[in-house]
Ligand binder design. Structure first.
Ligand code: GLN
Length: 456
């Protein structure tokens, strides 16, 4: 804990931690020491963690990296973070992210972007750590903490993990309680661990999972011992390679990464099969209808009354002006764009053409996966991202759709509610980390982690 606190002090330039909690960390570390001495050390005892700013942490600023939540200190703790503290973990502080988890580069944060600790060859252009869990990824990759929490609505654990050379798993929808995690798109959001190894991910995920009556979509399904699943034996497992993920213009290094990963699994005794997930091409448009629709509804609560920021009002301003000014000042541009898109696709007259159609596409995407699993496939291997980390500012002013294209390999997994893991799998020609993604069957995180363990 002390080593991490010192590392955080020295790494201000990464802008990974946005709020440090050294007093809490030292108290929890002392309690962990006592439990170890008493011979009663739970699974995460004394492990110093960073917590994404999307998680409500009692009495500690929790702003979802948004100006609209300035000054908000929750009266309660999220279920997932509480479970980590119960398992003996130590909180170092809160981690940077895209505002309300909307973004793929950490550049929509009210705190300014976090920075990737990796560099492209000899070029010192600062790179994005990815997003939205960019602070979590940067902090783990730079050894500021042993692991961090992330959340993933369309790729926000897996893409930043891939960009920083770490491991990140999004469990099956319903595995981790969403209670106390600021909502982005409630039917897609899941928490998960971001760690230095698959084994760490298994241990931390187990501590984070479990049924919670406070989240109506939390599943009442037993949580197995994920670490015990790490045997390294994948003989006879069927690994599907989906042809729709082989995109036109795919960079040679991504092709090679994918081929090398396939060969590793084959060498370990897995059977490799070509598969088709025919509705893949509709995933990104469906996601960018459904996620903003849900977001526009979830963000309606930031009205200048109940939380955080309220705009200064002029004489004669009424309640409408209060809402308008507060939301115009408090929400950044990307969040405003999502609210407008979401409101539009939900509006009378457009609802059937956009939102309902996207929901139907979602069902088809889910069925694509069900069919493949029913045919005997155990897991699906794809690249995690279409490229390595890009330079900060490189995409910021581009057409927002260019940024959305980052999520092309990850959003299908959220739409289908499946578990997905990104593992570091090599370097590109400029020395930047690249990640592979494995997609698993619902509730089979143990098997998924074990396959990832072979790739590690
Ligand atoms: N990049 C995606 C988006 O901006 C995914 C974000 C996430 O998973 N939270 O919506």
């Amino acid at each position: 804990t002390e080593a991490c606190l010192a590392a955080i002090e020295g790494a201000g330039a990464l802008n990974a931690f946005v709020h440090d909690t050294p007093e809490i960390a030292r108290a929890q570390a002392a309690a962990a020491d006592a439990r170890i001495r008493a011979g009663d050390a739970p699974s995460m005892c004394g492990i110093p963690l960073g917590i994404k700013d999307l998680f409500c942490t009692k009495g500690v600023p929790s702003q979802a990296a948004s100006a609209i939540l300035a000054g908000f200190k929750p009266e309660y703790e999220s279920t997932v973070s509480q479970q980590l503290w119960d398992a003996g973990a130590v909180m170092l502080g809160k981690l940077n992210m895209d505002e309300f988890a909307m973004g793929s580069s950490n550049e929509t944060s009210t705190y300014g972007n976090a920075v990737n600790p990796w560099r492209r060859g000899n070029d010192d252009t600062p790179l994005t750590p990815g997003g939205s869990s960019g602070g979590s990824a940067a902090a783990v990759a730079a050894d500021l903490c042993l692991a961090a929490t992330g959340t993933d609505t369309g790729g926000s654990i897996r893409q930043p993990a891939a960009f920083t050379g770490i491991t990140g798993i999004k469990p099956t929808y319903g595995r981790c309680s969403r209670w106390g995690i600021v909502a982005f798109a409630s039917s897609l959001d899941q928490a998960g661990p971001m760690t230095k190894s698959v084994r760490d991910a298994a241990i931390m995920l187990e501590a984070m999972c479990g049924h919670d009556p406070k989240d109506s979509t939390s599943a009442d399904i037993p949580v197995p011992n994920f670490e015990a699943a790490l045997t390294g034996d994948i003989r006879g497992k069927k690994i599907g390679i989906p042809k729709e993920y082989r995109m036109e213009g795919m960079p040679a290094e991504i092709e090679k990464l994918w081929a090398d990963g396939t060969a590793m699994l084959k060498d370990a005794g897995a059977e490799i099969v070509d598969i088709s997930l025919p509705h893949t091409k509709y995933a990104l448009p469906a996601y960018y209808v459904i996620a903003p629709a849900e977001a526009s509804s979830n963000l309606a609560r930031y009205d200048g009354v109940r939380y955080g920021h309220r705009a200064k009002l002029a004489a004669g301003d009424g309640i409408t002006e209060m809402y308008e000014k507060t939301r115009a000042e408090g929400f950044g541009h990307e969040v405003q764009r999502r609210v407008m898109v979401g409101t539009y696709v939900l509006s009378a007259g457009f609802y059937d053409a956009y939102y309902n159609r996207a929901r139907k596409v979602r069902t088809l995407i889910k069925k694509d996966f069900e069919d493949v699993f029913a045919a005997g496939v155990d897991a699906i291997l794809t690249p995690a991202t279409p490229s390595a980390a890009f330079g900060l500012g490189e995409m910021k002013d581009a057409d927002p759709v260019q940024m959305y294209l980052n999520d092309v390999f990850t959003v299908t997994v959220n739409l289908a509610g499946l578990p997905g893991i990104a593992v570091p799998a090599g370097l590109d020609p400029q020395g930047l980390p690249l990640g592979l993604q494995l997609i698993g069957k619902p509730w089979e995180e143990g098997e998924l982690l074990n396959t990832a363990y072979v790739l590690e």
